[in-house]
Each structure stands twice: as C-alpha cells, then as structure tokens.
Design a protein around this ligand. Sequence first.
Ligand code: ASP
Length: 445
Amino acid sequence: MIKVVKFGGSSVANAGQFKKVKNIVESDLDRKFIVTSACGKSDNEDHKVTDLLYLCHAHLKYGVPCDSLFEIIKKKYLKIKEELNLSINLENEFEKIQKSMTKNISVDYLVSRGEYLAALCLAEYLDADFIDAKDVILFDYDGKTNFDRSRIELQKKIVSDRRVVIPGFYGALPNGKIKIMSRGGSDITGAIIASLVNAAIYENWTDVSGILVADPRIVDNPKRIDYITYDELRELSFMGANVLHDETIFPVREKKIPINIKNTNDPQNPGTLILDTCSDKDDKKAPGFITGIAGKKDFTVFNCTKINLSNEIGFLRKTIQVFEEFSVNLEGAQAGIDTINIIVETQEIEEDRYMIISNLKEKLGFDEITVVDNLSLIAVVGRGMSKKPGMSAKLFGELGLKNINIKTINQGVDEINIIIGVDNKDFEKSITCIYDRFITKGENI
Ligand code: ASP
C-alpha cells in the first residue's frame, strides 16, 4: 500500500516540527511519498518563507535591495540545518539563488525556492531520496498538469524503494522553466503525486485536526467532521471553509483516493476523511442531516423587474451576458414571472455597478432595477439532507424562531446543499443558531 503524505508550512516551520514529521513518517512504512511546503511561521512574529520570497521579488523588480529579507530566509534554513545536524551544503544553494537575483529574475523560480530548500533538508533528515518537482510535475503550456508525461518522468526517477521527498507548489513548463501554482499549491502537488502513484490514501498534514462543522471564529469549539464526501467538501470550500486548496480534490477524486486531513501536532487524532461516497458504515459516524455549515459575507443582489419577462425566450441569458461583459462572476441567478435576481460578490461590481445598471436598462429594457447590498450567503451542506422531507422546514423554522429574516433561498436537486441569504448583520447569529439546533442539541439525526 502506498501513502502520499503532504506536510504544510506549519509542519516544517522549525527543527522541532521537522522532528514531529520524522516521527509521523517513520511510524508507517507505507508513507513512501512525502511532499512538503516551504517553512511556515514558527510563531506570530515569524513570517512564511513564501511571503518573504514574494517580497524579495517585489524589491528586485523595483531595484530595491532585499539582502536583509533574504538573510531572514537563510537564517531560518540554517538554524534548521544546525539543530538537526544536517550536512547539506545550504550555502551553495543560497549562492546559486543569490546569483540569479537580478531585476529580471522569474518570480516563479524565486518563490519556488522555499519548497525546494525545505524538501532538500527534509530528504536528508528522513534519509530519503530528493526528487525535484521540476522534473516530475510537468505542465503543458496552458498551465494544466500533463499527467501522462509526469507519470513517465516520476517512474524514471524512482530507482529504489526508498522514501522520496518532493517539493510542493511548483513544476515545469514544456521548456523546462519553473512554474508555480496558486497559493497553497502544495496541496495540489500532493494530490497529483497521489494520482500518479495510485496511492491508497493521500494524507494532508496541517495544524488543525481536520475540518470543523463550522468556523471556530463564529461557533465555540465546533465538532470535527469525521467523514465528508468530495462533493460536500467542494460546497463548503466554495462557501469559505478554508482547509484544502480548491483544486486539490480533482486529481485524487478521479481515482477515488481518500484524503485524510491530519494534525502534525496531534497525530493520534483521526482527523477528517474525505471520500468519494460515504458507505452506510461510514454514515453511522456521519453527523446526520448536516455535515457542515459555511458562509461568506458581502454579496449584492440586482433585483431587475420587467412585466412578463418570463415569456421572452433568452431573457435570462441576455441579462447574464451583461454581467459577463463586465467580467463579473455570478453567485446565483433566480428568475420569476416579472423579476430576475442576480447575486454577485459586492467587490466584483464595486467599480462598475452604475454601468451595469445602465447597460441592463438600455439593453434589456428593465422597468426597474433595485440593488441590495450587505447580503450574506450561508451554505448548509449534508448528504444526509437528501430525500429527507422536512429538513428545510426545520432549518427555516429555526431561523424564523430566532427572528432572522431569510432573503434568498437556493437548493439544487441533488439536495446536499441549501444556500440561504440573510443580512450581513444576521450572519454570525444564523450560523450559531443552525449549529446549536442541529449539531449541539442533536436535532441532526
Ligand atoms: N508555500 C506556498 C504558499 O504559501 C504553497 C503551500 O504552502 O502550499 O502558498
């Protein structure tokens, strides 16, 4: 059985964390492929190496010296080397990087060095082989991962059954140039490697013990989600639950590889297991109707009215097209007999709101357009809600009892997600009261 394990920045923030990683890796012979982020923050005063490297790049671009910044990075890695008694020639590596630190240095190359150096140190510390991501995570020119080429190159690099450490967050374009992923991208590297080697499981080690039912900044001590499906997780992540990089799921999902979110600082905690589908056996452990609650503030609704618009074919498309012309991403669209409601993130339309209104009026002849700001969207997600009559009645009833006015409602036919819109001022109160009723008071069974 092969396990791919990815350690986030906080798991490799200092020598102490490296020791925890070693214990975790060595306690399971199946943990063969190790992907690492760059060193993260050791404490609140500290800085993430990736942030510092971005900052170095900004300095170089404008011709401002960045020696003192780079010095912080060097010190961090040298301290880890010293405390772990490593023999790696880091000075040599720093020299190579510093030689290329000119005005035109590629941001991708420079920023990727955080993961590269962390992986070099970790490989020596774990007595594992180092494989550079630029040789095995191969992108096409459009930035998409080329799984076939990557698999072939990875197979060529695996010369023994020793453990392998691979830096996360970057790969190479067909011309060999390094390309980084979006922030938090080491999650994606781990998922790609898991897919390439057909891993039995992808363990994602971080500093929290899995995914929580609700945001701990809103709900006190929320429960952990034991089991969640990929679909549910996507719904929750989209609505702001921030655990895994969004794109992480695709490579592993295709092969139905489970993801286990684990805590490097509490390795015995089972964390959260993300599965393609949860069997009945797993569902016994599932929290019931609701798996998780997430939400975001600050949406705007364009409420557009025209008598009998529902009789005009293509009206909704034409309305949406106006938003498309302003490159605005829609969060929702609801059409009635005489009205269309378009929901967007407020920040997306901040600059163009009046142009959008005038375009809607001119091009579609709306009689009236009212714009409502300060809307929050809350997603109540759970495979357990599907085909269970009365669930939305209970949910809406609870909000009604708490005097919370629901402004929009949205549910798809797969019924794993009910999205409600409330005033920003009711956001926290809504999440807390849904949690209290359905999770704390056990109405969730
Ligand atoms: N180091 C990168 C970042 O901070 C990638 C990662 O940690 O996943 O975004």
